[in-house]
Design a protein around this ligand. Sequence first.
Ligand code: FAD
Ligand code: NAP
Length: 302
Amino acid sequence: MYDVAIIGGGPAGLSAGIYAARANLKTVIIERGLYGGQMQNTLDIENYPGFENIEGPELSERLYKQALQVGVEWKYGNVQSISLEGQTKVVKLEDGTVEARSVIIASGASPRPLGVPGEAEFTGRGVSYCATCDGALYRGAEVIVIGGGDSAIKEAILLTRFASKVTVIHRRDALRATGILQNRAFANEKITFMWDTVVDKIEGDGRVTGVLARNVKDGSTQVVEAKGVFIYVGVDPVTDFLTGSEILDEWGYILTDEFMATAVPGVYAAGDVRAASLRQIVSAAADGAEAAMKVYEYLETL
Ligand code: FAD
Ligand code: NAP
C-alpha cells in the first residue's frame, strides 16, 4: 500500500514525486512511456527558470534521477482505470493493480489530430507530430507545419536546421505563439507563412507528396508540395482511463480547485491534464508540488 500513487512521469508527476517522497510519503510513479512526458519531444527549452536553454531529454533525465534519489519508486505500467471512491484507491494496470491511500493524476496531454483525409494513412510516412524526433529525416527537403501556437512555431524554427524550406500554414492571419517565437520565425529566411489557410487533405503516393490547402477568405485551393507535414494544432488531455467520471469537464480535462484537489477526497490532478492549466513545464512542476503537499495534509487527517 502506497501513500500516494502518481499517474504519469512528466514534469507534473516527477515534481509531485520529489515533493511527496521528501515528505516521507511512500510514493510510486506509474508511467507507460519514457520519463519526462512531452518534454522528451522537444529541444531548446528556454523558459524553464534557471536554464537559459536546456534540451527536453536532459531536463527529463535530471528530474527523473532527482526523483529516484529522494526515494520515489518508478513503475512501468499503462493505467486502464482507477477506482477513486473509498479510502483505498485501486489503480488497474494491464497486468495487475496498485493500491494507494491517495492518487495524483498527472497524465498530461497528447497531440490532437487534424482530422483530414490522408493524415492517418501517412502517419509515419511523412506525417509527424514530433519535429524533434523526425526533423532530421528531412535534410534539404521542403516541409509544412500546420498550426500557429507555441508548438508549431517553435518546431518550425527547429525544422529550419534540416529542411530547405518550412511553410507554416495557419488558419488565421495572426499567430497564437508567444512574441519571442514569432519574432524569430518572422526573421528566419527559411520560413514562409500561408495565412488564412486550412489543409483539407494530405496527399501522397506511398509517402507524403504535399497537401491540398484552401484559403478560408476567398475559397481558392492549391496543392502545396512537401515531403514532410508536421501537425501542431493543439493537445487533448489524456483521461481515457477516467471516462464517465464526475471529475472531468466536457472536454475531458480534470476539474480541480486551486490546490489541485478534485471533488473526490484523496484524488488530485496536476499539469496539462488539469482544466485551466497554463500548459507549460514550469506550471506542471508547480502543480505537482502543490498536489503533493495537499496529499500530505490530506493523509494527516485520516
Ligand atoms: P506530460 O508531459 O504530457 O506527461 C504525462 C505523462 O503521463 C506522459 O509521460 C505519459 O506517458 C503518462 N501517461 C499518460 N497516460 C498514462 C497512463 N494511462 N498510464 C501511465 N502513464 C500515462 N513547455 C514549456 O514550458 N516550454 C517549452 O519550451 C515547451 N515546448 C514544448 C514543445 C512541444 C513540441 C510540446 C508538445 C510541448 C511543449 N511544452 C513546453 C509544453 C510542456 O511540454 C507541457 O506543458 C508539459 O510537458 C506538461 O507536463 P505534464 O507532466 O502535465 O504532462
Ligand atoms: P495551442 O496553443 O492550442 O495552439 C494550437 C494552434 O493550432 C493554434 O494556432 C490554433 O489556431 C491551431 N489549430 C487548432 N485547431 C486547428 C485546426 N483544426 N485546423 C488548423 N489549425 C488549428 O497548442 P500548442 O501550440 O500545441 O501548445 C499547447 C500548450 O503547450 C500551450 O499552452 C503552449 O503554450 C505550450 N507550449 C509552450 C511552449 C513554449 O513555451 N515555448 C512550446 C510549445 C508548447 P488558432 O490560433 O486560430 O486557435
